[in-house]
Write a protein that binds this ligand. Structure first.
Ligand code: ADP
Ligand code: MG
Length: 315
């Protein structure tokens, strides 16, 4: 059995007035590092706020770490860290005080909150500056305080809403490294929202692509990149019996072959490259072309960001 999903949604929707911002979403997100990718307005922030119980879904249900998001928001927030999209600082309060306060709000007794605040501020690289008012911090430092606030109570799951926004390249690298480390070495599950494919690729092994409030693609990054389980246009040459044997072998492996105009054959099914190569070798046909036609991750993402999203309905 695989591990239970960290997030499970069942026909979840969110409308703002007459306008649907999200859904209906039915989705399971595995443990690990998951990118929530989509252009502005796709519904990423709305989804994250629904998961935290900060925004009330219009319909449908969902669980996070097994807790019902509508019924157990407090239990949830003790186990989930949240890095909001907008700044939530009090300018004349120091990072040490702010992070301690967040620790207490997440349920830590004050002495633990103080100790953990110092630990996580060290971790994000704010050792010296921690007693200075946050109002005087650079954008990169403010984002790192936000990360410290999100992890002060050592959550199992971290929800990050565009954590590299407004960062210069050096600060961005640093932030990506920290987040990667939290996922890889400290074993936190991470949901990483971004409109940048390059960020998601650096941190995540799984991606959910949102557009107009709907999931348009999801899966392991490696699979999406390869177009596994997708379609390929192949060209083969050889004697008629060999070609027939090739098709029989494909069929036996669960791969469908449809003739295309111009002599190519479109293959669909699992594990296409391995199956096709083996079938060609065993049948004695020559494989002259093998071109994936299912969109790559970049294609899917470009499609998501390029054209204006169709309204998700409700309006
Ligand atoms: P993203 O984070 O992907 O940019 P959002 O979740 O912020 O997307 O927004 C999704 C949609 O919901 C957008 O059309 C946005 O304008 C709308 N929306 C978000 N928050 C509100 C709100 N508080 N009131 C009305 N509409 C909202
Ligand atoms: Mg957003």
């Amino acid at each position: 059995m695989s591990a239970p999903p960290v997030i499970a949604l069942d026909r979840l929707t969110k409308d703002y007035g007459q306008r649907r911002a999200l859904g209906p979403l039915t989705l399971e997100v595995p443990a690990g590092r998951v990118g929530l990718l989509g252009p502005n307005g796709a519904g990423k922030s709305t989804l994250i706020k629904c998961l935290l119980g900060l925004v009330r879904p219009t319909s449908g249900r969902g669980t996070v770490l097994g807790f019902d998001i509508a019924r157990r928001p407090l239990a949830l927030r003790e186990r989930v860290g949240y890095f909001p999209e907008v700044d939530c600082h009090v300018p004349d309060v120091s990072a040490a005080e702010l992070v301690t306060l967040m620790g207490e709000l997440a349920g830590l007794p004050r002495p633990d909150a103080i100790r953990r605040a110092h630990e996580v501020l060290d971790y994000v690289g704010l050792a010296e500056e921690r007693y200075r008012p946050v109002g005087g911090y650079s954008a990169g430092m403010r984002q790192r305080v936000k990360l410290a606030q999100a992890i002060v109570h050592d959550p199992e799951l971290l929800l990050l809403d565009e954590p590299t926004n407004a960062l210069d390249p050096v600060s961005r690298e640093r932030m990506l490294e920290l987040i990667r480390d939290l996922g890889e070495r400290r074993g936190m599950s991470i949901v990483y929202s971004s409109h940048l494919l390059s960020d998601v690729e650096r941190v995540c092994d799984h991606v959910v692509i949102l557009r107009g409030g709907a999931v348009i693609a999801q899966g392991r990054l490696a699979d999406l990149r390869r177009g596994e389980g997708g379609a390929v246009d192949a060209r083969v040459a050889g004697p008629a019996e060999a070609l027939a044997a090739f098709r029989a072998r494909l069929a036996a492996a669960g791969v469908a072959a449809d003739d295309q105009q111009g002599g190519a054959v479109r293959l669909t099914g699992p594990d296409l490259s391995r199956v096709t190569l083996e079938a060609a070798r065993e049948a004695g046909v020559q494989l002259r072309a093998f071109r994936p036609v299912r969109a790559t991750l970049e294609d899917v993402f470009m499609e998501a960001v390029a054209a204006p999203a169709a309204p998700a309905g409700g309006g």
